[in-house]
Design a protein around this ligand. Structure first.
Ligand code: AMP
Length: 292
């Protein structure tokens, strides 16, 4: 089994990895970290749960540990694009956790919150910028950030960004980054438009594909209950009221459905919150915090 110290990572990065309690790199980390440290482009097929975030964050921090030059005002050295606000915030949390013995700066740029603090965070330049494509475009157009000094780009969950209609924005953003750069694209699936994106923006990439580490079937008892529409509420309330259930996530087909379920669960005395795209960012954050 490989060890993190065999991968050529800097001392400050290794110390943070150890502090996280990781003993050995996951398969994607064992393949992506050396490739990125070599300066290669990477095309990775990997889902959440494989350790993909650390596979690109650790080499980024490594580079900053080796050679830290302050970025110029309104520029970023590394750009990480992610499909959702939550994922962007999670990636930034990982940068902070794995970078706790380093001196890198990180900023998050996402929609649904006021732009002012984001503009301020980018004003003096930032080492690692984590962004969703729409809001980043707004800031580029407003002159708050330019990408002409960016040397590394990570496209995380590229297939999700495709599904959310971000492909035109991503192509516009990529056209503003110098051609001489390192690019990594990670995606759970590789449909044709993602392949095309990789062909256009990656240069001779190392290709890495990993299976999900845990197949749900091994960890989760699954069952199906066939019910009439009229008894759904009662059965859901009973199921969730059982002593075996400490915390639960209920998925609904629509946003309105989520609100309805939240209301009837609350009426039944269960503490519940709904989260979906029509909720404000602060509502979403509050719901996730309460759930945690
Ligand atoms: P990700 O696939 O990036 O969403 O990561 C999934 C989870 O695995 C996160 O909670 C990480 O903290 C954790 N993780 C990442 N790398 C390792 C590792 N080498 N050993 C143990 N856990 C890890």
């Amino acid at each position: 089994m490989k060890h993190f110290k065999d991968l050529g990572l800097a001392e400050t990065v290794l110390k943070a990895v150890e502090a996280e309690g990781y003993t050995s790199p996951t398969p994607i980390q064992a393949q992506v970290i050396p490739a990125m440290l070599d300066g290669r482009d990477v095309l990775g097929t990997a889902q959440t749960g494989t350790g993909k975030t650390a596979s690109f964050v650790l080499p980024l921090l490594n580079r900053l540990a080796d050679d830290h030059q302050r970025p110029a005002a309104k520029t970023c050295g590394t750009l990480i694009l992610a499909p959702t606000r939550e994922l962007a915030a999670q990636i930034a949390d990982s940068v902070r956790a794995y970078g706790k013995y380093g001196r890198q700066s990180v900023a998050v740029v996402v929609g649904g919150v006021k732009p002012g603090p984001q503009i301020k965070a980018m004003a003096r330049g930032v080492d690692i910028l984590v962004a969703t494509p729409g809001r980043l475009m707004d800031h580029m157009q407003g002159g708050a950030i330019r990408l002409d000094q960016t040397t590394t780009v990570i496209l995380d969950e590229a297939d999700q960004m495709l599904d959310l209609g971000f492909m035109p924005a991503i192509r516009k953003i990529m056209s503003k980054v110098p051609a001489k750069r390192q690019t990594a694209l990670l995606s759970a699936t590789m449909p044709k438009p993602i392949r095309a994106l990789a062909n256009d923006f990656l240069s001779n990439p190392v290709e890495v594909a990993v299976e999900t580490v845990a197949k749900p079937i091994e960890l989760i008892d699954q069952s199906v209950i066939l019910v009439d529409r009229s008894s759904k509420r009662r059965i859901l309330t009973e199921t969730l009221s059982s002593n075996d259930v400490e915390r639960a996530i209920v998925f609904t087909r629509t946003k309105r459905g989520a609100d309805k379920v939240q209301r009837f669960l609350a009426d039944a005395g269960l503490s519940a919150a709904a989260i979906h795209g029509n909720k404000s960012q602060s509502q979403r954050e509050r719901a996730i915090k309460a759930f945690k």
